[in-house]
Design a protein around this ligand. Structure first.
Ligand SMILES: Cc1cc2nc3c(=O)[nH]c(=O)nc-3n(C[C@H](O)[C@H](O)[C@H](O)COP(=O)(O)O)c2cc1C
Length: 399
């Protein structure tokens, strides 16, 4: 089976050390250390994102649950999201497969096509809206990380920019232009289906080494046509997907784009080596009409490039002028995919400091929300000792 987001690989951390002027988290570990005397109230202010009113600055991060048999989200999935709806400003669902036969590799990951799956999603959306929340689905295509022969369409070929996995091994043929056009159309169909199901927007999964990210990364994209080569050409597929979606849903429907430097199993990877390269990769997305950038890092406070304390979310905001969502180890001592605890991540002081410096507009929470759906409200109300700390076993069940 192809690697899924939920699979965690142990790796050493590759990020640059925190520079002298970057906020350094305190090394305390108890739940009271979360606030550390910090006033977190700025994170509980409302925000309007492309016309969508959000109650606070917390976002539930997309997290694959594999709890949707035959790709259909059921009542348990609706209840799982509804339990979190009143505590965060916005929910981004787990990755959902777009309507393309090579998109996925599991029959338990939800689809965003087919009447049965869409009826399930309508129930999820209604439950979240009833609880006062907002929700967007994450549109997902695995690209080359899908293994040939896996369900739901075992006979579908592996689709990728250059037929190469991140480790350099061959996994198929480079996509033709006609195949690229078909994938773009599948993302646009998914966005239309999302809007018709009542979702408040969509997020494109352009991170972690999946399809859209494979095009942005020179290691997996060796194309010499207009979809590969310099950073602007590597950004083209993502931008064309956004353009196609905008053509269907109009200018007002929120379209978020998630990107990362790190790739699944390759935490040292980088799509952009300099702020200039990052600007070239993100520029076409802005022009195409993205509403906000979801900047996936494993530790939200670390500087993105040498010579500046600015974080990746801060650079993305500075270079594009778009709102950004930061993420990475908020309230949890281990970075995603790492066995070693880093207790220094627990204090929220650096988070508030970076927010007030204007580096991000929203912050996503991943693992803390798996174990405690009410985590933001408990922080707001100072009920820190009531917080249920993250447990690894919650990654494999719906709590
Ligand atoms: C169980 C699990 C499943 C995940 N699935 C997805 C996913 O479907 N899409 C995605 O973009 N990221 C996925 N991620 C990554 C998270 O969105 C997030 O970036 C990561 O957990 C770091 O945030 P945290 O430190 O707050 O947990 C997953 C993470 C976990 C723990």
């Amino acid at each position: 089976m192809a690697r899924l987001e939920a699979v965690v690989t142990v790796s050493s951390d590759s990020a640059a050390p925190v520079s002298a002027s970057a906020p350094v988290p305190s090394p305390r570990t108890d739940s009271e250390a979360l606030l550390d005397g910090t006033d977190a109230s700025p994170l509980f202010t409302p925000l309007e994102l492309s016309g969508l009113p959000l109650a606070n600055r917390f976002v539930m991060a997309p997290m694959t649950r594999q709890a949707s048999p035959d790709g259909v989200p059921g009542e348990d999935v609706a209840a799982y999201y509804a339990r979190r709806a009143a505590h965060v400003g916005l929910i981004v669902t787990e990755g959902t497969y777009v309507d393309h036969r090579s998109a996925g590799s599991s029959e338990r990951v939800p689809r965003l096509y087919g009447e049965d799956a869409l009826a399930g999603w309508r129930r999820v959306v209604e439950a979240v809206h009833r609880a006062g929340g907002r929700i967007v689905p994450q549109l997902w295509h695995l690209g080359v990380t899908r293994e040939a022969g896996t369900p739901p369409y075992p006979d579908a070929p592996v689709f990728s920019p250059s037929g190469l996995r991140a480790d350099g091994t061959r996994a198929g043929e480079p996509a033709t232009i006609a195949e690229i056009d078909a994938v773009i159309a599948s993302f646009a169909r998914a966005a239309v289906a999302a809007r018709e199901a009542g979702f408040d927007g969509v997020e494109l999964h352009g991170a972690h080494g999946y399809l859209l990210d494979q095009f942005s990364w020179s290691r997996t994209n060796r194309r010499t046509d207009g979809y590969g080569g310099d950073p602007a050409a590597r950004a083209r597929l993502g931008a064309e997907v956004v353009t196609a979606i905008r053509g269907e849903v109009g200018p007002d429907f929120p379209v978020l784009y998630r990107f990362s430097q790190w790739k699944g199993g390759f935490y040292d990877a980088r799509s952009a080596d300099t702020p200039g390269e990052l600007e070239t990769l993100l520029g076409p997305l802005v022009t195409a009409g993205v509403s906000a950038l979801h900047v996936s890092t494993r530790r939200y406070w670390l500087p993105a490039f040498d010579g500046s304390p600015r974080t990746l979310a801060g650079w993305a905001k500075q270079l594009t002028g778009l709102p950004t969502i930061a993420i990475g180890s908020v309230g949890v001592a281990q970075a995603f995919g790492e066995a070693k605890a880093d207790a220094s991540s627990l204090s929220l002081a650096p988070l508030v400091e970076l927010f007030e410096r204007g580096e991000f507009d929203l912050v996503a929470l991943g693992r803390v929300l798996l174990s405690d759906p009410a985590w933001p409200s408990k922080v707001r109300e100072g009920r820190l000792t009531e917080i249920q700390p993250f447990r690894q076993e919650d990654t494999t069940r719906l709590t």
